[in-house]
Design a protein. Structure first.
Length: 430
């Protein structure tokens, strides 16, 4: 590790069951902060720290270093804030893990399936962090749980505008989170489920089905169960989507973070055998502004193409002829019921594939490359339910030449020719 030369060093001595919270200033010019465990033991969101190793956290990071038995750590650099808190819900979270582990043990004994857990709550209550914690604790005791990511705004697995599932095989990396290898990803197309709730529910069902199939053939996955991260939209259709998810995945446990009304509603509406548990949020969870969320989304797309930290990728840029691809948008704009063709319902329009005529307005849009086979016949069948094999961004459109230029993680040609357009745009500033 490079020495933290010239950086101010602050020592924190933490008593047992306390945590050091710190934030790194946001913005390109902000200085990174390094963390080093000097004595004792400590963890960051469920992943243990190695002693005398320097961990680097970039602009905008919000971190908690928790210790069960006491420790001392050094921080190098100037964090925006850094303070020690004795008031954390970590013991409750650990007890939750212990209860889930009991369920896994029982599943193992009785040849049944392990716990399927849904984590819900409004925005900024630490849902993703609780998921990460529970998953890391589970792998640390030898389990192989699955993370199901339904947060289309802030996905921890793939680019925004997608839902996905990922088998977790090792604890999250302290600096980089879970290693994302071979996730199963579906195209949703926008950052809030409200833009097409029918599609959102459909994709939730697809993920549930694939997960169940995997559980049938893989005992470890079945016993490990899953942890489902959801969106912060908990009213109206957002609430209905949670109820739908609970039923699609046949969840056994729902963890409600910091929202009593939601807790009561779910207790009322879910079958009695589902355990609904209310948990407090951590005082350390930091609220994120709209801009902050938008930047995080942008960063996630940039990472997809360019990699991050030690891992740089070099994306390709090439031209694609309009005639070589078929571009669709999922969901036609809703029209009054009275104007629908006979026998057709609004539901059908929300899942309909609408061909997109390429034009200048395609520029900067993110497109998902569908894994659906290219044949004419299958051109429309099953595309909505097919996972995606990657993403490209349109960087330029030449309507005269009937070509568009795209940014792609792999060289030409595109592996498939069915593309799905997202509402999400990405401007490549590199
Ligand atoms: P969203 O609704 O956007 O999905 P969320 O409810 O999933 O948000 P998280 O992403 O888990 O919330 O947490 C928000 C931020 O707070 C993250 O940057 C996370 O690193 C930070 N955070 C979580 N817990 C703590 C803590 N105990 N101390 C300091 N920071 C924390």
């Amino acid at each position: 590790d490079a020495p933290a030369a010239g950086k101010a060093c602050t020592r924190f001595d933490l008593e047992k069951e306390t945590e050091l919270r710190f934030e790194v200033e946001a913005g390109e010019a902000a200085e990174q902060v390094e963390l080093e465990l000097v004595t004792g033991m400590a963890e960051v969101f469920g992943s243990e720290l190695n002693r005398n190793k320097k961990y680097t956290f970039g602009p905008g990071s919000k971190i908690a270093v928790f210790t069960w038995l006491g420790c001392s750590v050094n921080l190098y650099g100037k964090p925006e804030v850094a303070y020690v808190s004795k008031d954390t819900p970590m013991l409750l979270y650990l007890n939750t893990h212990a209860a889930l582990e009991q369920m896994r043990k029982q599943a193992e004994r009785d040849n049944e399936r392990g716990p399927r857990v849904m984590v819900v709550g409004p925005t900024d209550v630490g849902k993703s962090t609780v998921c990460r914690l529970l998953l890391s604790y589970a792998v640390r005791v030898g389990r192989r749980p699955t993370l199901v990511e339904l947060d289309v705004g802030q996905s921890g697995v793939s680019v925004p505008g997608t839902v996905s599932a990922l088998c977790i095989e090792r604890p999250a990396d302290v600096e980089e989170g879970f290693s994302v290898q071979a996730p199963l990803v579906y195209h949703f197309g926008s950052t809030t489920p409200g833009t097409n709730i029918k599609l959102y529910n459909k994709l939730t069902s697809c993920l549930a089905e694939v997960f169940s199939q995997r559980c049938e053939v893989n005992r470890k996955a079945s016993v490990g169960g899953c942890i489902i991260n959801t969106c912060g939209w908990v009213k109206g259709s957002g609430y209905q989507a949670l109820v739908h998810c609970a039923s699609a995945f046949q969840v056994d446990v729902v963890l409600v973070l910091d929202h009593e009304r939601l807790y009561n509603e779910l207790k009322r509406d879910l079958p009695h055998f589902v355990r609904v548990v209310l948990l407090p949020k951590s005082g350390g969870v930091v609220e994120r502004s709209k801009e902050c969320r938008r930047d995080a989304r942008d960063e996630k797309i940039r990472e997809y193409f360019y990699g991050f930290r030690g891992m740089s990728y070099y994306p390709f840029s090439f031209e694609v002829r309009f005639s070589d691809v078929r571009i669709y948008k999922i969901g036609a704009p809703s029209i009054p019921d009275s104007c629908l063709p006979l026998g057709m319902s609004q539901d059908d329009t929300q899942l309909k594939l609408v061909p997109v005529t390429p034009g200048r307005d395609l520029t900067y849009h993110v497109l998902s490359v569908s894994s659906a086979e290219d044949g004419e016949d299958s051109a429309k069948k099953g595309i909505v339910e097919s996972p995606v094999c990657g993403f490209i961004v349109v960087t330029n459109v030449d309507t005269q030449a009937q070509m568009m230029k795209v940014l792609s993680p792999a060289p030409r040609p595109l592996p498939r020719h069915t593309l799905l357009i997202m509402d999400i745009r990405f401007m490549d500033m590199k």
